[in-house]
Design a protein around this ligand. Structure first.
Ligand code: DAH
Length: 361
């Protein structure tokens, strides 16, 4: 504990005539000294300067002796000597305490102690799965392509065979940034396909990971933003068999050799024919459970052969070239891989959840 003692020496000289006043000051100082305690070298040094030092308060009070009336000098001298002794004893006490502590090692830096470990944080599960997806396709020769998150109507819809008023636009509730001309938060990474095809460099073999936005009510299964990976392969003679083979390779690398796969016919305006790919449910192994709605299968992506209209919209001769495309949600794959039941947890930044992925790569 440290008491700060402030002494107003100027006021002392003014009231020198009052012996009582001087004695009160001495008493106050004695109390302060008695209560003083610290094991900190620096604080103890402040005590020494303030009390014992040549500019300290005890010396200053001694200087007042000359102003004390002769009949009071003796009593005053006695009181001052007591005060001086008290301050010197306290100073000895403080020194001893500090010396003892130094001898026992307290207050000393122990250089042999191990350092404090720094916690480095971990990768978000969405990043882990995204990186895994990307690396699988990179091994097949796919390059990464990226595009803007704020898109125009042409790249997000029209070029993808979704002209204005096309009913399929309602499949994806859109956040518009402006109406005329229409700018929006991209609803899917398929917009990057269009940007890549427009570059006119063939063949094209790309994957486009990225964030997408939809005006959805947030629930355990839907969010207003999420992540997708789009794939596109355009060359001379690409067939549906190439698409299947590529996706078979992907799921086996992602989920293991034992995974079963099936394709179901589906509809997307930008592909013809279109399909959805299901994998056998990882939770129940195909027997049927809540997650697979008792079918034994869960859907993981949409795909198909790029519609000739899309190729032509992007300046590619659809008689000469063909291609396949696919698109998958990273959240969905992550939920299946790590058996996570609520999609909202991905954006809550709960360290207890995120820490579980520390050792995942
Ligand atoms: N863009 C679709 C979506 O967000 C996913 C998709 C389906 C992408 C089929 C494709 C595809 O490239 O061929 O729901």
């Amino acid at each position: 504990m440290c008491f700060t003692i402030t002494l107003h020496l100027n006021s002392l000289s003014l009231i020198f005539a009052s012996m009582e006043n001087l004695l009160t000051q001495i008493d106050n100082l004695k109390q302060a000294i008695n209560h003083f305690s610290s094991d900190d070298v620096n604080v103890a040094e402040v005590f020494r300067i303030q009390f014992i030092g040549s500019n300290g308060s005890v010396k200053a009070l001694m200087g007042e002796m000359k102003n004390v009336a002769p009949e009071n000098k003796k009593a005053m001298g006695q009181a001052l000597n007591d005060l001086k002794l008290l301050a010197e004893n306290k100073w000895e006490e403080l020194k001893n305490l500090i010396n003892r502590q130094e001898a026992t090692g307290k207050n000393k830096t122990d250089l042999t102690l191990p350092g404090d470990s720094l916690s480095l944080g971990s990768r978000h599960p969405i990043s882990i799965v995204r990186n895994k997806i990307v690396s699988i396709f990179q091994r097949l020769g796919f390059a990464i392509a990226e595009g803007p998150e704020i898109e125009d109507d042409w790249h997000n819809f029209t070029a993808l065979n979704l002209p204005e008023n096309h009913p399929a636009r309602d499949m994806q509730d859109t956040f518009y940034v402006s109406q005329d001309p229409a700018w929006m938060l991209r609803t899917h990474t398929s917009s990057v396909q269009v940007r890549e095809m427009e570059k006119g460099e063939l063949p094209i073999r790309i994957i486009c990971p990225g964030r997408v936005y939809r005006n959805e009510t947030i629930s355990a299964r839907a969010h207003c933003f999420f992540h997708q990976v789009e794939g596109l392969y355009i060359a001379d003679d690409v067939s549906f068999a190439d698409l299947k083979q590529t996706l078979y390779f992907f799921v086996k690398e992602m989920f293991g050799e034992d995974i079963k796969v099936r394709f179901r016919p589906s509809y997307f305006p930008f592909t013809e024919p279109s399909a959805e790919m299901d994998i056998s449910c990882l939770i129940c192994g195909g027997k049927g459970c809540n997650v697979c709605k008792h079918t034994g299968w869960v859907e993981i992506l949409g795909c198909g052969m790029v519609h000739p209209n899309v190729l032509e919209n992007c300046g590619i001769d659809s008689k000469k070239y063909s291609g396949f495309a696919f698109g998958m949600g990273i959240e969905r794959i992550t939920m299946l891989k790590y058996q996570i039941k609520d999609l909202r947890i991905f954006s809550e930044n709960d360290v207890r959840f995120l820490k579980q992925f520390e050792s995942a790569v």
